[in-house]
Every structure is written in C-alpha cells, then in structure tokens.
Design a protein around this ligand. Structure first.
Ligand code: M6P
Ligand code: ZN
Length: 181
C-alpha cells in the first residue's frame, strides 16, 4: 500500500494552502512569556491577538516523510519586540528548509552552546537551518510575513528549552527598521 502523491496549491502572497490538513494558530496567550516587555504583554493580553498561523499539507509525521507548512506571522509588536514564533529545537536533530514568500522577516537561529545567526527572508530567499540550530521567525515589516518550511516528518518540536531559556538575542524595533539586541 504505497502512499499516493500529493499536490497542494500554495498562495505565496497570502500563505493560504489548499488543501491543508492542519492549521496552527498561536495567540499572545500561548507564548506571553516569550516577550520581554511585561507591561506591554499585560496591555495586549485582553485583546490576545493572533500572532501567527500555519497551514500544513497532509503528510504523515513519520521518518522519511517531508512535512511542509506555510506560516503567516502578522505584523505587530509587543512593546518594542516584533511578533515572532515560539521557536524550537527538533526532537530528532535534523535540518529545515525555509523560503520567504511575502513580507519582511528574518529567522533567528541558535545552537545549544549559544552561537547565534540571524538571516533575513525576503521573498525568494531560501535559508537552510542545519541540524542543531533552534529557529524562531520574526516579522520585522508592516505586512504579513509569509514563508514556506519543509522538515522531516519525525523531526518533532522541542519547545521546552526555548520556553525555559529563550533566545540569546531579541529582534527589536529601531526607527523604521530593526536591530538585533
Ligand atoms: C515553521 C516551521 C514549523 C513551525 C512553525 C511555527 O512553519 O518551523 O515547524 O511549527 O514555523 O513555529 P513554532 O512551532 O516554533 O511555533
Ligand atoms: Zn523546525
């Protein structure tokens, strides 16, 4: 019983996927501890904005499979800190392929020994996240930031160490742009 091929339409501008099997929606309340400005978190908590969504194709989460997701991070900030994903390591150490498709964003990557890299992901820019690097994506623009992610079906998401220790750097508003602080 061989699996059948799968075809999916990806709207690169909006991030919509058709068909999709799973949608992830994360609000501020799902990751309030990630932002450093506690007063700004409290001020936004009532509205509890949607920070990002992700659509995933119907690919089994198993070894040898390639899972793919379109992620849409809304534009916005909590205090001076741009909207971002929770960020994670993989449970099974493995790489991930990212392709920016709309908006202005970046990916922050960090090893367990604390080495950090930040790469911008404008439309058409692919970033390869090697095994061993945690990854968090950030919208530094004024439009939704959209990107495609491809990862191993058995990679898994390990959020615990990021929830505990965060990333060593934050992506913060700086005039019309951003700085990594
Ligand atoms: C990308 C990929 C996914 C991830 C999503 C949201 O699409 O890296 O694996 O789930 O971003 O990020 P997070 O899981 O860290 O909230
Ligand atoms: Zn990942």
């Amino acid at each position: 019983n061989l699996q059948l091929p799968l075809a999916t339409m990806l709207d690169l501008a909006s991030g919509d996927m058709d068909p999709y099997a799973l949608v992830v929606e994360r609000r501020l309340s799902h990751m309030a501890e990630a932002y450093h400005d506690r007063a700004a978190v409290t001020a936004a908590a009532g509205e509890d904005p949607v920070i990002y969504r992700a659509y995933e194709a119907d690919v089994p989460h198993e070894a040898s499979q390639l899972v793919y997701r379109m992620t849409i991070i809304e534009p916005g900030r909590i205090g001076d800190e741009f909207y971002m994903t929770k960020g994670h390591h993989h449970v099974v150490d493995s790489g991930e392929f990212y392709l920016g498709t709309a908006g202005t964003g970046a990916v922050v990557m960090q090893t367990r020994s604390g080495e950090v890299r930040v790469e911008e992901m404008p439309p058409g820019r692919a970033v390869y996240v090697p095994p061993g690097w945690a990854h968090r994506s950030v919208n530094v623009g004024t439009e939704p930031f959209v990107f495609l992610a491809v990862f191993f079906g058995n990679a898994g998401h390990d959020y615990a160490s990021i929830e505990r220790d965060g990333f060593a750097v934050r992506v913060l508003a700086d005039g019309d742009g951003y700085r990594v602080g």
